[in-house]
Design a protein around this ligand. Structure first.
Ligand code: FAD
Ligand code: UDP
Length: 401
């Protein structure tokens, strides 16, 4: 009971009783679905299966809380922080917004990031303001900025790697200043060893738009992510067990179908070898100041600084508080898996695991770790909603026979 009360406090006060830790083990066959992982992938599927499909669902997560990597909580100073680094919601999918809006209201927020280059703090993605400030120029319009970049671009054919994609557009000088060191720190690899999709997430602009994302919808859940997850999972057909590893439940025959949102290679006991993941370490601090940074995130591309970025959370949440909380982000080779590492040999190994997964009719793999894809939150929600539609069709087909 003490353990359960402690875990409930971790989640938030007044948590529904269906959220529990290590209570009595359910009887075999008590559920239609066992969902492993209470992040976006697992929570969306639990909600859909329970409230649209009328199915009985058990969700387990080995962490002591719901929300996966998007989990947020009030720290000791009472400031809402993201335990696993800054999570900014952005999407062009109206379906995803409509779906999540059932569980949260939104606070409009447009993300801005500065890169620390020597003594300068410059907009990233690189834009005209960045170029003018870095080189002491006065590029007046988009055409002037495009001409400036075209002179530096080093054509590259075909464009395959994360290095190619940057130098073919802006040249090796700007690449070294903004991408080389950051990428080496973040991935433990040179950009020339990574798929082009990685640095293509941060494309250079010729205008002065300094927003990190250009999506039509950019906002934060008004009461935080964890509150939103609580509302998704608060259904009489859903039981949540936090602090519970799948390994401790899988022999119990609790459900006829498993939805697995953890690392796919872990599910198969790494039988084909380990899929590489990048891990992170966060150092959270609270300061006796209202504000430390002019924007939510400062990136540190230099390899002389060991962290990659510093986040000040009050920018994201709009919280008014006399103190402020920040986190330093250090990339690590070992630890919890946070990022699949996009490169051809890893994709090839994932494809072999995917073949094993396809042969299982009673297990479905979803999410960033379950499908080894560098997905943002909205993409995971879209993937989970599509997965539910497929499961529903299958269920209806079985019923029709
Ligand atoms: P997860 O959130 O990882 O959930 C999987 C869950 O499964 C975890 O809680 C884990 O504990 C649990 N689990 C794994 N194995 C087991 C097991 N054996 N037994 C029980 N439980 C298990 N996306 C954006 O859109 N915007 C952003 O700004 C953004 N910023 C990010 C910043 C960082 C530092 C990181 C790492 C990611 C960021 N993302 C962002 C991506 C976002 O976190 C993911 O897209 C999303 O959280 C993935 O959801 P998921 O459910 O697939 O996985
Ligand atoms: N990147 C970089 N410098 C930056 C920002 C990003 O080199 O200032 C590269 C780096 O390889 C990073 C990738 O672009 O991993 C994607 O950046 P993003 O901010 O999308 O990463 P995430 O928020 O997913 O960690």
């Amino acid at each position: 009971l003490v353990e359960e009360a402690a875990a409930q406090k971790v989640l938030s006060p007044g948590l529904p009783q269906r959220f529990s830790v290590r209570t009595q083990r359910p009887a075999p066959g008590s559920y239609d679905y066992l969902i492993v992982g209470a992040g976006f992938a697992g929570s969306v599927l639990a909600e859909r299966l329970a409230s649209d499909g009328g199915r009985k669902v058990l969700v387990c997560d080995k962490r002591p809380h719901i929300g996966g990597n998007a989990y947020d909580h009030y720290d000791d100073a009472g400031i809402l922080v993201h335990k696993y680094g800054p999570h900014i919601f952005h999407t062009n999918s109206e379906d995803v917004v409509a779906y999540l809006s059932r569980f949260t209201a939104w606070r409009p927020y447009e993300h801005r990031v500065l890169a620390q280059v020597g003594a300068l703090r410059l907009p990233i993605p690189i834009n005209r303001t960045t170029l003018n400030a870095l080189y002491g120029l006065d590029l007046a319009d988009e055409l002037a900025a495009a001409r400036f970049l075209a002179k530096r671009a080093e054509p590259c054919d075909p464009v395959i790697t994360s290095r190619d994609v940057v130098i073919s557009q802006i040249g090796s000088g700007l690449y070294r200043t903004f991408f080389e060191g950051y990428t080496r720190k973040q991935w433990g690899l040179d950009a020339s060893k990574l798929d082009k999709s990685v640095t293509a997430r941060v494309p250079t602009r010729t205008d002065t738009d300094d927003r990190y994302f250009l999506d039509r919808f950019q906002a934060m859940p008004l009461d935080g992510y964890t509150r939103m997850f609580e509302r998704m999972l608060d259904h009489e057909n859903i039981k949540v067990m936090v602090g519970m590893d799948f390994a401790d439940l899988k022999q119990d025959g609790l459900a006829s179908h498993t939805i697995f949102t953890g690392p796919i290679d872990e599910y198969f006991g790494h039988c084909l070898g380990r899929l590489p993941y990048r891990s992170l370490e966060f150092h959270h601090e609270t300061h006796d100041a209202r504000r430390l940074q002019s924007v939510a995130v400062i990136n540190y591309p230099s390899e002389d600084v060991h962290y990659t970025r510093v986040t000040e959370y009050k920018h994201l949440t709009g919280q008014v508080h006399p103190k402020t909380s920040i986190s330093y982000e250090y990339a690590r080779a070992d630890g919890d898996p946070y990022y699949p590492i996009p490169r051809p040999e890893n994709q090839a190994l994932y494809k072999r695991y995917e073949l094993l997964a396809r042969a299982l009719t009673n297990v479905t793999f979803v999410g960033r770790l379950g499908t080894y894809k560098y997905y943002n939150m909205d993409q995971v929600v879209g993937q989970a909603l599509a997965t539910y539609r497929r499961l529903k069709l299958r269920h209806e087909a079985v019923k029709a026979f």
